[in-house]
Write a protein that binds this ligand. Sequence first.
Ligand SMILES: [Fe+2]
Ligand SMILES: [Fe+2]
Length: 276
Amino acid sequence: MLPTRTPIRRDYRFELPAERIGDWHPLGRHVSHFFNALSLFFPDGERFFIAAVRHYRERIGDPELSAAVAGFIGQEAMHGREHEEYNELLDRAGLPGSALVGFVARFLARLKKVLSPMRQLSATIALEHFTAIMANVLLSDPRILAGAEPHYARLWRWHALEETEHKAVAFDVYTSVYGRGLRAYLVRVTGLIGATLIFWPLVFGFHLRLLRADPQARGLRGWLRLIDFLFGRYGALRKLVKPWLDYFHPRFHPWDHDNRSYLLELNAFDPSPAKI
Ligand SMILES: [Fe+2]
Ligand SMILES: [Fe+2]
């Protein structure tokens, strides 16, 4: 099922201002470092996704899905490149960016050795579900990035739009190879449970490491703003619960959450911050 257009690779550069890496978000360093912690997972995580999907390339009969896979790979490669540059800024600010990225790389290399290709694809579609539902929160609530440093805001918006554009590609590869039977269902949902139990503790662990290493990230106010951002008025994580649960429906498909109207923005997307 491909109810939207084929994703295409867009080669954009964002030239993030290095000196703002710790405080680019208007809600302060605690919220900035929450996004920064997520960024640390992308380059190696997205390479893992690419490899998991590429494994099945020969087995995809549908030419439309093949073209979508090529677009998916191109988009994730561009995201990885831009987030690699992003993450380097953490090191330049004296924060343990590359040490944490090294942990992700080693962890995923291990996972590749112990998980079957089917389980690797199941982990990929689970994490793609997370990126898609997080992207939807970002795109549907302008407050999430309001007032942010424009280059950083632009990068996160671009990533959210392309995650939306390709959100069903890995999923469609999974169902085209494994179908909709009981085994495919069980491997898919246990993949989401496993991904949730592993990914979020790591995100919060990384977030804490960044906050502890940043001497300017101190004080109760930053924590209160972070809690408000994640669980309170903004509810960036609170809003993930319902769409997370939808994944357990046996007939679930990523486009059940029909937010393709946001994709119109990609037609005229300009990475320059003047266009915010
Ligand atoms: Fe991505
Ligand atoms: Fe993705």
